[in-house]
Design a binder for this molecule. Structure first.
Ligand code: NCD
Length: 338
């Protein structure tokens, strides 16, 4: 795809070459994200960071990524404090906000809303999650993490075995990640969820059409063996009609060190888009895994900054200018490398 000036709304926009290029640019962001170097390449640029649903990582890492490139961030984090509650349309909001920004990141509870916003926007828009539909930047950072984790074990994405676990019906991260997996070959994909929360049939169908081996099951423990990657997800309680309904699925799938030791290969990589639901009734990813070297969840969050820096650099067309305005960091940074 042609990155400069483009919206990033769906992973379906990306070819295999596009993804490889994003990874290459993300790798080059390492000295900046690690606070070895600073750059002012986006000095004066403004990111409109519009989050109309709860978010910690996505919102803050997009903001940090923009700051690390020297740009400024303006945030709107609540529908209640924006004019959308006064009946303003997404069209009008987009016309206005895009006049104040050079690029917009938006998260919104409705599927398709970010695409609708983008149509009216005068600047590029990145989808930070539109309801249960898509979360493209998360999928790219997940795939970037998978690649790095497997490369460190001399393995590759082609031919890998991955299990996705949890609320596969509402989880936009697994919807986007699954569609990115269409760019690779010969995968073994285990979709582990309650029967009512299965991956949408349309996605299962395209994975099978691609030639991947797909198995859907409700039994996690019998499908843990032999996976390269375990990708757990949270029950997306905000998508259910009632809290009681969400509660009925909470805690159905739990991974802890004892289960990992019993069923998984010792180097199995554990991922989760986060937040993990650590309440006792859910505890989907136990804290006793925190010292497990295969637990990649915080490497995932760190990688999110690199990937989001890469997306900004690509769509604002500064990839080749970053080093021109760079210098060494002048403050104490040692703790970051422990
Ligand atoms: C996810 C999301 O918002 O879709 N979080 C994230 O962006 N890392 C997953 C979730 O909320 O469960």
């Amino acid at each position: 795809m042609e990155f400069p000036g483009s919206h990033i709304l769906s992973v379906n926009q990306f070819s295999r070459e596009d993804v490889e290029y994003i990874f290459q640019v993300a790798d080059s962001m390492q000295p900046y994200a690690n606070r070895e170097r600073i750059t002012k390449v986006l000095d004066g640029a403004i990111l409109g960071n519009m989050f109309f649903e709860p978010s910690t990582r996505t919102r803050v890492s997009f903001g940090c990524a923009f700051n690390l490139l020297g740009g400024h961030v303006r945030e709107t984090t609540d529908v209640k404090s924006s004019s959308l509650t006064k009946g303003e349309s997404l069209y009008d909001t987009a016309r206005v906000i895009s006049g104040y920004s050079d690029v917009v990141v938006m998260r919104h509870p409705q599927s398709g809303s970010v695409g609708e916003f983008a149509k009216a926007s005068r600047v590029p828009v990145i989808n930070g999650g539109d309801g249960p539909n898509e979360h493209p930047s998360q999928a790219v950072l997940d795939l970037y993490t998978i690649r790095k984790e497997l490369h460190s074990q001399n393995r590759s994405i082609n031919g890998m075995k991955i299990a996705m676990v949890g609320d596969l019906k509402h989880g936009r991260t697994v919807h986007s990640l699954s569609q990115l997996l269409l760019l690779y070959d010969d995968l073994k994909i285990r979709l582990i969820s309650p029967a009512e929360l299965r991956m949408p049939e349309s996605i299962v169908d395209i994975l099978k059409q691609k030639g991947h081996e797909v198995l859907e099951t409700e039994d996690m423990e019998s499908e843990l063996a032999g996976n390269d990657i375990l990708y757990l997800t949270r029950i997306q309680e905000e998508r259910f009609a009632s809290k009681e309904e969400a509660d009925s699925y909470r805690g159905r799938f739990r991974l802890n060190q004892a289960i990992y030791t019993r069923y998984c290969e010792p180097n199995t990589v554990i991922m989760h888009p986060l937040p993990r639901d650590s309440r006792a009734e859910a505890n989907e990813l136990d804290n006793d895994l925190n010292q497990n070297p295969g637990l990649a969840i915080f490497r995932q969050t760190d990688n999110g900054v690199l990937v989001r820096m890469a997306l900004f650099a690509l769509i604002l067309d500064v990839v080749h200018k970053i080093d021109d305005t760079s210098s060494d960091v002048g403050w104490y940074t040692e703790r970051r490398f422990q």
